[in-house]
Write a protein that binds this ligand. Structure first.
Ligand SMILES: *Cc1c(COP(=O)(O)O)cnc(C)c1O
Length: 466
């Protein structure tokens, strides 16, 4: 070994010396994480010196490398982002934004005791569903309702309660995969019931169902095909006919509505989407739907319908495993209260506010941002405002899009990797900006950028490294 090499090895700082220089990192990540990371990097440095190389062994360089390593390993946890993907109810970005009333309620119950399961009147134990049930019933016309962790849990609980060890006929056109591996046939299997496939993918008739029903049939089920549409030569049995058929055989008729719209979309100027009330009026004995899709609340699954069935469901021990926590109960109940005044829903419920934002307003916002974005990405990119279409998202109304506007950022050299790099830099901003890659350009749809977020958005653009 040369004396240079020996000297370089000797110059490597000890772990203890480095630890003394990293009090903040120790407080953030914990002593053992930082120590482990230092040990590993110092051993890499030692190996590379022995290999004849001359790596940077300054304390500052080692400190930075260790910080990068521990933060890459542990991340920052869940962080808030700008959703400029053009998909309003984005499952990967947390679906619905809560209304201020819901957020306040969460804050209040999160930090202290609450009446989650306590009845103030009698001073005795209460029910956590009581905060939600009457609201759901008023809005949908249901006799009774209950709430669980999410839409998938609602379906699982209904099937497991009413169809355990029995058969459930479902149209072949409705054996859907919702995403995140929620497939109706698999859920049925796990719920302990047997799926009877009925009809063909494109056409299912009333007689198909009638033929499938026997003494082992527990219920009839209809699944709203939220995230796709079969077009052309198609036929589905109307809800009212399935309901008649179910009644004739004395079994419940269940509709998994998915999105669970509670509002009149015609009034809001949005594409038609069946409501929970309509499904119940068409004869469903139970309807299941999500809390954080078109309803605009927290993640939850709602089950609404016949009181006797809801009572049975509530007795299933799985209900306990799938129940809501207090923060969700608070947020859901405040969200549902907003539906008491349907006239101002578009103003007060963030999901509807975003969905009904006029294209002209979005366009104006895109144009207002153009200059700042152009300045910050540098002259290797073309930056323009374009009219685009937003999606509602979360499998709601898959074919319906809403006119919107986006900032399009394309590499002048039509260099794909340059645009990808830029998209990555946007994702590395203090409040990450999530856009959409399409036709070798980065598109930032401005629908979900609220007016009061514009200055925050612009301010951080200076951190883009050019
Ligand atoms: C979304 C959806 C579900 C699942 O609901 P989650 O709240 O995502 O668990 C179930 N069925 C249908 C038809 C859906 O669209």
């Amino acid at each position: 070994m040369g004396s240079d090499q020996q000297q370089r090895l000797k110059n490597l700082p000890s772990i203890d010396v480095m630890l003394l220089q990293m009090p903040e990192e120790i407080s953030t990540w914990g002593r053992s994480q930082v120590t482990e990371s230092l040990r590993s990097y110092l051993s890499d440095l030692r190996a590379s010196i022995l290999d004849g190389q001359t790596p940077d062994t300054s304390n500052e360089h080692i400190r930075q490398t260790v910080i990068e390593a521990v933060s890459a390993r542990h991340g920052d946890g869940i962080v808030s982002v700008f959703n400029l993907t053009g998909t309003v109810i984005h499952t990967n970005l947390g679906r619905a934004n809560l209304a201020p009333e819901a957020i306040d309620a969460v804050t209040k119950v999160a930090g202290g005791p609450s009446t989650l399961e306590f009845d103030l009147e009698s001073g005795e134990r209460g029910s956590r569903d009581s905060h939600i049930e009457s609201l759901i019933c008023d809005i949908t016309g249901a006799e009774a309702a209950t709430a669980v962790n999410n839409g998938a849990a609602a379906v699982l609980l209904v099937l497991n309660t009413l169809a355990l060890g029995k058969k459930v006929p479902v149209s072949r056109g409705e054996l859907v995969e919702i995403g995140g591996s929620f497939r109706i046939p698999e859920v049925m299997n796990r719920a302990g019931c047997t799926l009877t496939e009925v009809g063909a993918t494109n056409r299912t008739h009333r007689y198909d169902f009638a033929d499938a029903i026997d003494d082992d049939t527990a219920l009839l089920m209809k699944v709203h095909t939220s995230n796709f549409k079969i077009d052309g030569f198609t036929k589905a049995v109307p809800d009212s006919e399935l309901s008649e058929l179910a009644k004739a055989h004395d079994v419940p008729f269940v509709i998994d509505l998915g999105s669970g719209n509670l509002a009149d979309f015609a009034v809001l100027g949005l594409p038609n989407e069946p409501t929970v009330r309509q499904a119940l009026e068409a004869g469903a004995d139970l309807v299941t739907f999500s809390g954080d899709k078109l309803l605009g609340g927290p993640q939850a699954g709602l089950i609404a319908g016949r009181a006797d069935l809801i009572r049975t469901i509530n007795k299933n021990p799985l209900k306990r495993a799938l129940r809501l926590d207090k923060m969700t109960v608070a947020a859901l109940s405040e969200t549902l209260k907003l539906y008491r005044n349907p006239d101002n829903l578009a103003e007060r419920l963030p999901t509807f506010k975003l969905l009904t934002k006029p294209a002209s307003e979005i366009r104006a916002q895109a144009e207002q941002l153009l200059e700042s974005v152009r300045d910050s990405v540098g002259d290797r990119f073309d930056v323009t405002a374009e009219n685009t279409m937003s999606q509602i998202g979360s499998g709601s109304l898959p074919l319906e899009t809403l006119p919107s506007a986006s900032i399009r950022i394309a590499s002048k050299a039509t260099n794909d990797s340059e645009v990808r790099d830029l998209a990555k830099q946007f994702r590395r901003l203090p409040k990450p900006v999530i856009g959409r890659m399409h036709k070798q350009a980065l598109w930032l749809d401005c629908r979900c950028l609220a007016d009061d977020q514009v200055s925050d958005f612009i301010d951080q653009l200076t951190s883009l490294t050019q």
